[in-house]
Design a protein around this ligand. Structure first.
Ligand code: AMP
Length: 398
């Protein structure tokens, strides 16, 4: 895919540039508790401000459904954004309308200003042309830097790209380039790790990947449904028995496409869902007792999976291999993530991971920094893994 970046934006000195960012950060008692998303905005905002633009930051916060509300205001985030940027950040209490227009007209070149929550306007989520036009009136150009919101066709994520000269911001650009390397035009062999609780939430991901990758590694609770489809008695494990026919179909399609599916052949099992339970044992998946649950991939399977990764050039990862929040069911995720990180560090593997729980799992393993790219986008990353076109990205296509 081709899209314009900040390299193409030309002279922006004195111009008002609307930049869609993701400021939807976790807050507790009015204070930002994790500024990862704010730090991701710095490259684009600082570059545009340094070029003398009047930078106008557009973002949503929460789900105010078109109504103004104090709890969904972006104003409390401004100090944390200023801290991340290391420069002052202003605030305008609306992202459209006469008052906002007057306030924008008074801004200095090189300034950075957050505009109030786009979702305070009903037309934002409807991508209403009148709302698009009202926001567009504030700016001379539009930069989309929020990949995590690009799966939504809203006024600030999609509509504006059609009415103003549109560019990908630096974070968006890095994300799209990484994703292109991982699944767009990857170097083969390609492996995918798909884990997590349920098959039902990742059916489209699995269906798409079997036609794209050479090795599909299935872990987590969803592996149990596949094991059940293959006739394994998974005891009390989390398992969607109503989806075994679908799992069978995916296995068949993989076979036809030449994609090898890897299911765990040993597992860490227990009778209760608790840390270090007395009933913990490691067993072949064919010997799970009726009152036991599979809670993690076993050590032999992890070793075999590490050997698979060593033969691969590209890896895309979404979802943990086990119930990684409780010990020792983080073992397989941590071990395989460390293998992937080591291979990436030595340059033999391009590794791209994403999705909320995946980032938490890689942070837990202490290896997020060694992956080639880690996406903090949740829904957008999954839709991309499903092979869907993201409207916010499509609208940037040159
Ligand atoms: P997801 O949100 O679909 O990526 O699923 C992540 C969740 O799946 C985590 O909270 C894990 O604890 C859970 N999980 C992974 N493996 C298992 C398993 N074998 N049994 C139950 N839950 C699991």
């Amino acid at each position: 895919m081709t899209f314009k970046t900040l390299d193409d934006i030309g002279d922006v000195a004195g111009k008002a540039v609307l930049v869609r960012e993701d400021l939807n950060v976790p807050m507790a008692n009015g204070v930002v508790t994790d500024d990862t998303r704010l730090r991701a905005t710095v490259a684009t905002l600082a570059e545009l401000a340094d070029k003398g633009a009047r930078v106008l930051v557009l973002a949503h916060f929460g789900r105010p459904k078109g109504e103004r509300s104090a709890e969904n205001s972006l104003e409390p985030i401004v100090p944390a954004l200023a801290a991340a940027l290391g420069r002052p950040v202003g605030f305008i209490a609306d992202c459209a309308g006469a008052e906002a227009e007057a306030a924008v007209a008074a801004l200095q070149p090189g300034s950075i200003t957050v505009l109030e929550n786009t979702r305070f306007h009903k037309g934002e989520e409807k991508n209403d042309p009148a709302t698009v036009a009202a926001i567009a009136k504030l700016g001379d150009a539009y930069v989309n830097d929020a990949f995590s919101a690009a799966h939504r066709a809203h006024a600030s994520t999609e509509g504006l790209a059609h009415v103003l000269p549109a560019y990908a911001g630096r974070a968006m650009q890095a994300e799209l380039e990484a994703l292109e390397k991982a699944l767009g035009k990857p170097e083969h062999p390609v492996a995918a790790v798909v884990g997590g609780a349920k098959v039902s939430t990742k059916l489209d991901v699995l269906k798409h990947l079997v036609g794209k990758v050479d090795h599909l590694i299935i872990g987590g609770g969803m592996a149990n449904t596949f094991l059940a489809a293959r006739g394994v008695d998974v005891g009390k494990s989390l398992c969607e028995h109503d989806l075994t026919a679908t799992a069978d179909e995916i296995l068949d399609n993989a076979d036809k496409a030449g994609c090898t599916i890897h299911l765990p052949y040993d597992a860490q099992v227990a009778k209760e869902f608790a840390a270090n339970p007395a009933s913990l044992r490691i067993t072949n998946v064919h010997e799970v007792a009726p009152d036991e649950m599979i809670l993690d991939v076993g050590p032999q399977a992890v070793e075999a999976l590490a050997d698979v990764l060593k033969t691969c050039k590209t890896l895309v990862w979404n979802g943990p291999l086990g119930a990684f929040e409780i010990e020792p069911f983080d073992t397989a995720t941590v071990a395989l993530a460390r293998t992937a990180a080591a291979l990436s560090k030595e340059g033999s593997l391009i590794s791209v991971a994403g999705g909320g729980d995946t980032v938490a799992a890689l942070n837990h393993a202490g290896v997020a920094a060694d992956f080639s790219y880690v996406s903090t986008a949740g829904g957008a990353f999954l839709e991309w893994m499903e092979g869907k076109e993201l409207p916010g990205v499509a609208a940037l296509e040159a």
